[in-house]
Design a protein around this ligand. Structure first.
Ligand code: GAR
Length: 193
């Protein structure tokens, strides 16, 4: 089983979906640690309850992005992580860090990339008037919310949708998509050229 670290900043529901998937004996990856840049991230309690090591480091305690990322790197090394999953991790990572993890780091973004990168993708989708929205698991490259898609899932946009109702519909798909995408990567069925 591939050793996977998950980076979160908040609720951590996608991290939870990965932990639940990895509980199956035939899942090709195990979650060896959960890192948060925020001490108040809700997902930390879930990880601890499930016996998964956690680490919290505030980016505010580091002078530069590179210093902070070196600290993340040290934590990941301590866990023996082979793959990194960003799951609602709301910090931009330095180019050096991203390049070191090239082909071994995934992110989930709640839009059908390349549409609606960055913040408030659901609000962006409603403002654009699209009839279809969704989520994408993609390889992380230095450009934000860019990098080749591994898997995507679609949902309809309904006439009465608000950003919240749309986000909830997408989140149901995220929780299925991320475990499937990670499984493909861990089995060597998806790779970054
Ligand atoms: C998820 O919808 C995730 O796709 C999104 O934040 C949410 C985190 O929820 N990520 C981004 O917007 C990244 N740019 P979670 O903490 O419950 O997984």
């Amino acid at each position: 089983r591939k050793r996977v670290a998950v980076l979160i900043s908040g609720r951590g529901s996608n991290m939870q979906s990965l932990v639940h998937a990895a509980a199956a004996a035939d899942y090709p990856a195990e979650i060896v640690g959960v890192f948060s840049n925020r001490a108040d991230a809700g997902g930390l309690a879930f990880a601890a309850e499930h016996g998964i090591p956690t680490a919290v480091r505030s980016h505010r305690d580091f002078n530069t992005r590179a210093d902070f990322d070196a600290e993340i790197e040290a934590v990941l090394e301590g866990w023996g992580a082979e793959i990194v999953c960003l799951a609602g991790f709301m910090r931009i990572l330095s180019e050096g860090f991203v390049e070191r993890w090239r082909g071994r780091m995934l992110n989930i973004h709640p839009s059908l990339l390349p549409a609606f990168k960055g913040l408030d993708p659901h609000g962006q989708a409603l403002a654009a008037g699209v009839t279809e929205h969704g989520c994408t698991v993609h390889w992380v490259i230095p450009a934000l919310d860019d990098g080749p898609a591994i898997l995507a899932a679609r949902v309809p946009v309904l006439p009465d949708d608000t950003a919240d109702t749309l986000a909830a519909r997408v989140l149901v798909e995220e929780h299925k998509l991320y475990p499937e995408a990670l499984a493909r990567v861990a089995r060597g069925e998806a790779w970054l050229d």
